[in-house]
Design a protein around this ligand. Sequence first.
Ligand code: G2I
Length: 462
Amino acid sequence: MKMTSRSLSRAALASAFLATSLGVSLVLATSAGAATTLGASAAQTGRYFGTAVSAGKLGDSTYVNILNREFTMITPENEMKWDATEPNRGQFNYTGGDRILNQAVSTGKRVRGHALLWYQQEPGWAQRMEGSDLRQAMMNHVTQVATHYKGKLYSWDVVNEAFADGGSGARRDSNLQRTGNDWIEAAFRAARAADPSAKLCYNDYNTDGVNAKSTGIYNMVRDFKSRGVPIDCVGFQSHLTNSAPGDYQANLQRFADLGVEVQITELDISGSNQAAVYGTVTRACLAVARCAGLTVWGIRDSDSWRTGENPLLFDGSGNKKAAYNAVLDALNAGGTTTTPTTPTTPTTPTTPTTPTTTTTTTTPVPGDCSASVSLNSWNGGFVATVKVTAGSTALDGWRVTTVLPAGAAVTSAWNAGQTGSTGTVTWANVTYNGTVAAGQSTEFGFQGTGSGDGITAACAAS
Ligand code: G2I
């Protein structure tokens, strides 16, 4: 609606009357509504407003100007995915991800990591794998990438799109899922062990109302929370067409009530009702105290993966659309104030509240090898990283014997063949890490339940 000077003064009179009758809260809400960018208006209630960014567009000045002006959070659109970060097994490439992270840091923005494990955009070598070999590769990927970005990210989408569409509420079939139903919790534990400060999220689409798929995820999150699996947040992608489900807000709220942060992670909306639906989604987040922020999946319509649908807030020339104004108005109208949370692994009062790292080393034997164990522990579990170092001559195969404390058991492992799971557990190199030059090292790892404190490791050439 266009405000004439007459309607403006009528509106001013009405709000003055309301302010008098409702007291100070309205005055505060009104005075808070002055921000003129998405990021600043979201910040009034403690929230972020983010966008997906493509590293290849960081040389486009229109794109970068809007990015710098409007957004306070960045999600790399493709650059932190598995195919980008580990194009060959064990060879990591952080060029694109680091470029986006540096852009964010240098302009005071934060980054949502996306995505450690997803059945799409697996590198070709992983697509061709199955079973325990794949499980090892998955966990190593999570550990390596989360370690590279340790302490630098707001959150990680640890697992993306693992549930099936339709009425089953079940997991989606994939080679990841076929490694065992516990792959999701194993990934969350490995991510927490590698980076205790990033919030760990599960992210999916078609979960924007109460339906079989979102309920399947809800049940998983509830189960994880009850068993102490470290999950901090759930992402709702919200790729919408024409409308949002009537129970959009109620669905966010039921997840929030499980004790997790909720985030709108990939918002884009097509259809003639676009501006109104953007307003509805924004208000829903603002109404849920644990909804920490919204991210749109691209800046201009021409940047969208939904070619020809024009689902974003800026047109191809970078002009603000009606949808932009609808979001800005909704943000400026205010809502619940969100309280920042930090990731915590549930603990009992008698156990440490933060992961601890301890290292034990055996003495190198000339011509042989040594092993050292570095441990990340939480209540009821641990990840052990074992470093195998060649002595004064090269190794052409190695074996490591670990002794686990009573009550500890290995649940998954990577980069080594395993014999046994409790007590004395032995490990042998796999095909790609048996050869180690003199004085050089290679690593393998395993995840376990119970306490790993006091694990010992001894290495022998084989
Ligand atoms: O598919 C839409 C999104 C659904 N949720 C997860 C998101 O990660 C996903 O994003 C899209 C990106 O927006 C696209 O840019 O994921 C697609 C991949 O499934 C991305 O598309 C790919 C193209 O398919 C590749 O051909 C291309 O090499 O982008 C790659 C990098 O430009």
